[in-house]
Design a protein around this ligand. Structure first.
Ligand code: ADP
Ligand code: MG
Length: 234
C-alpha cells in the first residue's frame, strides 16, 4: 500500500478583498506519495502559490482537509503549526527570503537554532549543506555580496538543512537566467531524490514536469488534469 505524505480533500480557498470574493482554489483533491516529486503547472493567478501556502499551513483553507504525514494541519493552531513546520516542512521561495544582515552560514544555521541544536553542530551542518550546494567559498558572504543564483543556493541549503519530510518550492527560479535556472532546478531535484524527500515544486514551464513523478495542471483554481508517472518500488 502506498504511504502518502500529502492527502488533500475537497480544498477550497476564498479570499475577500473589500466586497470582492476571489475563489483562489476550489474542489482540489490530491494525494502525494512519500518520496514523490510532484510538479505543479499552471499560468499566473491559477492558484499555485495558494495551494503551497495551504499545504505549508501558512494559511487556512475556507473548506476541505489537508493531511501531512497523517496529521490534519487545518485543525492546528498557530503554535502547533509553527512546531509542525519546523519538524516536517522546508520552503524554497522565489524571492530567496534570506535575512540581509546574516551571512550565508548564519542564514542556513537558523532553522537549526529554532530546533535547539548546539552551536558547533549547527555550524558544522550548515557548512556541510553549503558545500553540497556549491558555496564552500561563500560561507561568510552576506546576501548582497552574492548573485541571485548564489542567494537561491543559500535558500536551498537553508530549506534542506533540517532534512524535512516535505519540501515545497514556489517558482524557485522565477528571478534567474536560463542557465542558472537549469542548475538550480537540478540541484533541488537531486537533493530531494538523494534524501528520499517528498517534493512539490511549482513551475510555469514543463522541463521539471518531464522528470517529475507526477504533474498537476491547475487552471482557474481547480485541477485540470494529473499525469502520474510514479513507479512503485518493490
Ligand atoms: P499563482 O501562484 O498560480 O500565480 P496565486 O495562488 O498567487 O496564483 O493566486 C490565485 C488567485 O488568488 C489570484 O486571483 C490572486 O489574485 C488571488 N490571491 C492570492 N493571494 C491573495 C490574497 N492574499 N488576497 C487576495 N487575493 C489573493
Ligand atoms: Mg505564485
Amino acid at each position: 500500500m502506498d504511504k502518502y505524505t500529502v492527502e488533500i480533500e475537497n480544498l477550497r480557498k476564498v479570499y475577500r478583498v473589500g466586497d470582492e470574493k476571489v475563489v483562489a482554489l476550489d474542489n482540489v483533491s490530491l494525494n502525494i506519495r512519500s518520496g514523490e516529486i510532484c510538479c505543479i503547472l499552471g499560468t499566473s493567478g491559477s492558484g499555485k502559490s495558494t495551494l503551497l501556502h495551504l499545504i505549508a499551513g501558512l494559511e487556512k483553507p475556507t473548506r476541505g482537509t489537508i493531511k501531512i504525514n497523517g496529521n490534519r494541519i487545518e485543525k492546528m493552531n498557530e503554535r502547533q503549526l509553527a512546531l509542525f513546520r519546523q519538524r516536517f516542512i522546508g520552503f524554497v521561495f522565489q524571492s530567496y527570503n534570506l535575512l540581509p544582515t546574516l551571512t550565508a552560514l548564519e542564514n542556513v544555521s537558523l532553522p537549526l537554532t529554532f530546533r535547539g541544536i548546539k552551536r558547533n553542530i549547527r555550524e558544522r551542518e550548515a557548512a556541510r549543506m553549503l558545500d553540497a550546494v556549491g558555496l564552500k567559498t561563500h560561507m561568510n558572504h552576506l546576501p548582497t555580496q552574492m548573485s541571485g543564483g548564489q542567494q537561491q543556493r543559500v535558500g536551498i541549503a537553508r530549506a534542506f538543512v533540517c532534512k524535512p519530510t516535505l519540501m515545497l518550492a514556489d517558482e524557485p527560479t522565477g528571478n534567474l537566467d536560463s542557465k542558472t535556472t537549469r542548475e538550480i532546478k537540478e540541484l533541488i531535484l537531486k537533493l530531494a531524490r538523494e534524501n528520499r524527500q517528498t517534493l512539490i515544486i511549482v513551475s510555469h514551464d514543463s522541463d521539471v514536469a518531464s522528470i517529475a513523478d507526477k504533474t498537476v495542471h491547475i487552471l482557474d483554481g481547480s485541477i485540470e488534469k494529473i499525469e502520474d508517472n510514479f513507479i512503485s518500488e518493490g
